[in-house]
Design a protein around this ligand. Structure first.
Ligand SMILES: [Zn+2]
Length: 307
């Protein structure tokens, strides 16, 4: 299904007119592995939604679920790396950051007996060097805390989110976007979210937008915040709304990152094809079918060399 959607093939309606439907996804990510994540997991299962739970081995701020509960979570959901000790990575030297990143992957895979493909930077704090360490460790992508981004990540190792399930004020949203130079997110906050501070309305507007225009509606939350604010009913309404929209496909973060990588690669291939096409004019102006596996990208087109 995901492969089919990646192709971005126009869907032909039986009627005379042709419509192009862009792929639309809904992703949920849940950070920190608090015991109340199990309530969130129950709700997600009830509505048939997918999610990625980012669990550190330890968190100095609050307890983390037991290994047995993590194994339970991993049978139904994607479980991703969130470091060993939930330390902001830019505070560490490179070898310390590597230990946190690679160490949490090894720990999760030993514990769960399956590959850990998704990573989340504690507090969203990352830079180019950390991004490269996460890629080197073997993750397929990483999530940040950049808000109001409802699109396929251009770089799967710096993927943003649409909505944080927390009532950030308009001033906080704007300051956050400016500090992170997240101008695309700021534009989305004004034009799609209409600058609402209510996270339920915020995410519903994202769902409305993605349902029509395609993209990714990505809700991220801390279950302990939902519990602290007694917002389980609100979360239930949001999940119900997401699940009832049949044009929007649930996706894990790991699937999203793989898809973004494949999409980026297909765009790179398309660039190669265009480059070949332009070059061919420079040589002799002709194109020919390549032999299988030689020279050309997936289209099978290659240029006739002058010799
Ligand atoms: Zn965290």
């Amino acid at each position: 299904m995901l492969d089919q959607m990646l192709s971005f093939t126009p869907e032909c309606e039986p009627a005379q007119e042709t419509t192009i439907r862009m792929p639309a996804f809904v992703a949920v990510s849940v950070d920190d592995g608090h015991s109340s994540d199990l309530m969130t997991a129950d709700l997600l299962s009830k509505f048939g939604l997918k999610a990625t739970f980012y669990v550190p081995r330890q968190n100095p701020e609050r307890p983390v679920v037991e290994p047995l509960q993590m194994r339970e979570l991993s049978t139904a959901f994607d479980v991703g790396g969130h470091t060993l000790s939930h330390t902001p990575l830019p505070d560490l030297r490179e070898d310390g950051a590597w230990n946190e990143i690679r160490g949490c992957k090894d720990w999760l895979e030993d514990l769960l007996g399956r590959p850990a493909t998704s990573f989340c930077y504690p507090q969203g704090k990352h830079n180019r060097q950390l991004r490269n360490l996460v890629a080197k460790a073997g993750f397929v992508g990483a999530r940040t805390c950049q808000f109001n981004l409802n699109f396929f990540p251009r770089d799967p190792f710096q993927a943003g989110v649409s909505t944080h399930a927390f009532p950030h004020s308009v001033a906080v949203q704007v300051r956050h976007a400016l500090l992170q130079r997240n101008f695309r997110g700021l534009h989305g906050f004004v034009t799609i979210n209409l600058m609402t501070a209510d996270w339920e309305t915020h995410f519903r507007r994202v769902l409305d937008y993605v349902e029509i225009n395609g993209g990714v509606a990505h809700l991220y939350l801390h279950s302990w915040e939902i519990q602290q604010r007694n917002e389980w009913d609100k979360l239930t309404r949001v999940f119900r709304d997401a699940a009832r929209r049949k044009q929007i496909v649930p996706i894990t973060n790991g699937e999203l990152f793989s898809l973004a990588t494949a999409k980026r690669k297909s765009l790179d291939d398309a660039t190669l094809v265009n480059a070949s096409f332009d070059s061919s004019r420079a040589f002799d102006g002709t194109l020919s079918k390549s032999r299988t596996g030689e020279n050309g990208p997936a289209t099978g087109l290659s240029l006739n060399s002058p010799d």
